[in-house]
Write a protein of this length. Structure first.
Length: 98
């Protein structure tokens, strides 16, 4: 997150999508899980080591980003949800550097 903030131009913005469980308050992380099949089972992909919880937005804010948590799937037509491969109910972190 520090590196994202460092390389972003002042006034820039980004959507920092990550594997997230919106029903989890706190991020789950376990670097000791090294088996690719076990990682895929627990984290959704073999090369991931965490599933972010709702604390993700505060983690971004702690790195100086201005963050809006937006449920775009509730505001755009279903065709666009499909086109952009969004998950229904997904909350997108729209981050700005001021």
């Amino acid at each position: 997150m520090n590196e994202l903030y460092r390389v972003m131009k002042t006034g820039g913005w980004g959507i920092f999508q990550i594997p997230q469980d919106i029903h989890r308050a706190v991020t789950f992380e376990d670097n000791s899980i090294t088996d690719p099949k076990e990682r895929a089972k627990i984290f959704g992909q073999y090369d991931h080591v965490r599933v972010y919880g709702m604390d993700y937005f505060d983690k971004l804010r702690a790195h100086k980003f201005l963050v809006e948590a937006i449920k775009y799937t509730e505001t755009i037509p279903k065709e666009l949800v499909t086109k952009y491969a969004l998950m229904q109910g997904e909350i997108l972190p729209v981050c700005r550097k001021v």
